[in-house]
Design a protein around this ligand. Structure first.
Ligand code: ZN
Ligand code: ZN
Length: 430
């Protein structure tokens, strides 16, 4: 068995808000630079995208697909929206299974428009249970995407997976955590102990600060659907098949805290309830954050992990670490891009730079940036949390002393409650 790094949630170029560069050859080449071995095709129910995929991948051996240059392996799959606006992921064994599922869904008369410009996540009129049944009928597997997020996460609408999937619930094998949650948070809910956790990027562009910003490592016989299904189903404690979940610190996620969705002022759940979910600063709507949603559903304070659960590693895209080190405005500047190319060109791929490369190796490329990478690995990082649709902000410190000082200086910003919420609710509610 070999270990693979997989990103199993992303969208093709025909889906709404997705880069024109999201094409199989570009995705494959960028996954090599990132250090990923297997990608989902994404959007496989979309007619035009299906044709694009068909033209740009080939079957290496029975059920194992790769791009035409043989750079990266692909597994058939995509994301759909059900009748309650909840998003689900699904994976299939072959192009033929994808074709069959498309026809079956259209045949129900509840398919909605599978090929519209927004149809990376086609809006179906099927319930979660009905959709899961359709996927199961063609031998595929399914699970909820970004499970805890407001609007489209399964736990936004339901208190339990059992209620949400009904009769199909026993067939559920995995849940996708989304950017605003991690294993520690999700395992505070006993119900989740029955499932494998998937971490994936939901990327809308192929560049390495997007694809693989979250990914999952697993041991597989072959980089295909059969081995994926086996890994999700494995409860072996001695030989874990899923070996690592990797993702952003949940505090970076844009729905981590309960916050106003227009000015991003952050509130505690009690404050939000007291205010009837209307923002004090701008009268915008306050959206319940993932942190508070999970606390409401949690059975324990701290995550208690089932024995098969792999570790969760927090990660930051290399371009963002370089940006923080150089102090530039964003990751698209020439300076950031050229340093990124130096590191990846000399060391191999981004994941290797971030996770495995030795300090000496990194310092030979750029001393100051190497220090930031090492500091990040050592946990010298604080996050001003995100919420209401705004991403959180990481701050990487150089020493323990700096970390302790900044923790004090920035205590208010780091708390996840905005000043306006603090002052006005104190005045209003004592
Ligand atoms: Zn989604
Ligand atoms: Zn507001």
């Amino acid at each position: 068995m070999k270990e693979y790094a997989l990103d199993l949630q992303l969208h093709g170029k025909y889906a709404g808000g997705v880069s024109r560069n999201m094409e199989i050859p570009v995705m494959a080449e960028q996954s090599r630079l990132k250090g990923l071995n297997v990608l989902v095709t994404g959007d496989i129910l979309h007619g035009q995208w299906f044709e694009h995929v068909k033209k740009n991948i080939e079957e290496e051996s029975n059920g194992v697909y790769r791009d035409l240059k043989g750079t990266c392996h692909f597994i058939m799959g995509g994301e759909i929206e059900d009748n309650l606006r909840v998003h689900h992921l699904f994976y299939l064994s072959s192009l033929e299974a994808a074709q069959e599922l498309r026809e079956k869904i259209l045949g129900t008369g509840k398919g909605g428009a599978l090929d519209c410009s927004m149809c990376g996540r086609p809006k179906l009129k099927l319930t979660a249970e009905e959709f899961a049944q359709q996927v199961d009928n063609v031998g595929g597997i399914f699970g909820p995407a970004h499970s805890f997020t407001p609007y489209t996460g399964i736990y936004a609408h339901s208190d339990s997976l059992k209620n949400a999937y009904g009769e199909m619930h026993p067939h559920l094998k995995f849940i996708e955590l989304g950017l605003s949650a991690d294993t520690e948070m999700a395992d505070t809910m006993k119900e989740n102990h029955d499932y494998a956790f998937l971490t994936s990027s939901d990327a809308h562009s192929p560049w390495p600060n997007r694809i693989g910003r979250e990914f999952t490592r697993m041991k597989m016989q072959r980089p295909d659907f059969t081995s994926l299904k086996k890994a999700f189903g494995s409860r072996d404690e001695d030989e874990k098949l899923i070996t690592l979940n990797v993702g952003l610190n949940p505090r970076e996620g844009k729905y981590h805290c309960t916050a106003c969705n227009s000015c991003f002022a952050k509130y505690t759940i009690e404050q939000a309830q007291g205010l009837k979910w209307k923002c004090l600063a701008c009268r915008g709507d306050i959206k319940r954050g993932v942190r508070d949603r999970i606390s409401m559903l949690a059975d324990t304070h701290k995550g208690i992990h089932p024995k098969f659960r792999p570790p969760y590693m927090h990660m930051l895209p290399l371009a963002e670490i370089i940006q923080l080190s150089l102090g530039t405005k964003n990751t698209n500047t020439k300076a950031v891009q050229s340093k990124w190319a130096d590191f990846v060109g000399r060391i191999g791929n981004e994941i290797h730079v971030l996770v495995d490369a030795k300090e000496g190796e990194l310092r030979e490329v750029d001393d100051a940036i190497a220090k930031k990478i090492i500091a990040f690995r050592n946990g010298l990082v604080l996050y001003i949390p995100g919420g209401g649709g705004q991403y959180g902000t990481p701050i990487i410190c150089d020493t323990q002393e700096e970390l302790a000082r900044k923790e004090k200086e920035l205590a208010k910003e780091l708390s996840g409650i905005s000043e306006i919420a603090r002052q006005r609710t104190l005045a209003q509610f004592g």
